[in-house]
Ligand binder design. Structure first.
Ligand SMILES: Nc1ncnc2c1ncn2[C@@H]1O[C@H](COP(=O)(O)OP(=O)(O)OP(=O)(O)O)[C@@H](O)[C@H]1O
Length: 234
């Protein structure tokens, strides 16, 4: 469904992605692992058509179509959702407003506000609260709910568990599992290795802008040598 082929991305002259090739199949949860600064966020932004960085070589194909040169909103319209690192919510908008900005309440197909509230009951309780009145976990749920409002077939999530209490991380894992059951594909960037491996089908390890390892998530979890070598986990 998503195919990234030999992608090279730059910030100015800094060559950050060095020919990344990976794919995500329909309905698959794929984790993108790697230490700080290895290029995970850069890859997600490159796929979503967000600048910076600048893609100078390689291709992103989505459902057979080459996305090169498309603006971010055109890419989003084709069914790619994005949960940015740090949530990026509007402090003064309410929960409901965050959702209706992307899809008017009158639309009754796909992910509606009502369906989002059914899926995230906590957000329903907080519907009139503003972005700056929500807890970290509620903010993350809202960032995920907002990404769903465009009815994506694949959601790219950049470190969704960052800054969350362990109980919220578990809750998030449950949400990802439910989305997968609903048929959504997910490309998940995670610092929280064990959380990523708990929900992913497959994982790639990125090191200095290159994929250096690919495996089924279950195999990586039982492969301490790889964890130590690439991820600095003991
Ligand atoms: N806007 C930018 N301008 C210049 N260099 C950048 C910019 N954003 C990231 N970089 C550099 O690109 C490299 C890859 O960063 P990136 O954020 O993609 O890594 P990451 O694997 O997502 O790490 P992290 O977990 O810290 O976000 C790093 O060396 C970083 O300093």
């Amino acid at each position: 469904m998503l195919e990234v082929e030999g992608l090279h991305s730059f910030y100015g002259e800094a060559h950050v992605l060095n020919g990344v090739t990976l794919h995500v199949a329909k309905g698959e949860v794929v984790a993108l692992l790697g230490r700080n600064g290895m290029g995970k966020t850069t890859l997600i932004r490159s796929v979503m058509g967000l600048a910076p960085p600048r893609v100078r070589e390689g291709r992103v194909r989505w459902q057979g179509e080459d996305l090169s040169g498309l603006a971010a909103f055109e890419i989003a319209r084709r069914g790619l959702g994005y949960v940015p690192q740090g949530r990026r919510l509007f402090p003064s908008l309410t929960v409901t407003e965050h959702l209706t900005v992307l899809k008017p309440a009158s639309v009754s197909t796909g992910w509606t506000v009502a369906k989002a509230f059914e899926f995230f009951p906590r957000l329903a309780e907080r519907r009139q609260h503003r972005g700056n009145q929500l807890s970290g976990g509620e903010r993350q749920m809202l960032a995920v709910a907002r990404a769903l409002m465009t009815d994506p077939a694949l959601v790219l999530m950049d470190e969704p568990s960052e800054g969350l209490a362990p109980v919220m991380v578990q809750h998030l894992e449950g949400i990802i599992a439910q989305l997968r059951e609903a048929g959504l594909g997910i490309l998940l960037v995670e610092q929280n290795l064990y959380s990523a491996l708990a929900v992913a089908d497959r994982a790639y390890v990125l090191e200095t802008g290159r994929v250096v390892h690919e495996a089924r998530a279950a195999d990586i979890a039982e492969d301490p040598a790889t964890l130590t070598r690439y991820l600095g986990v003991h």
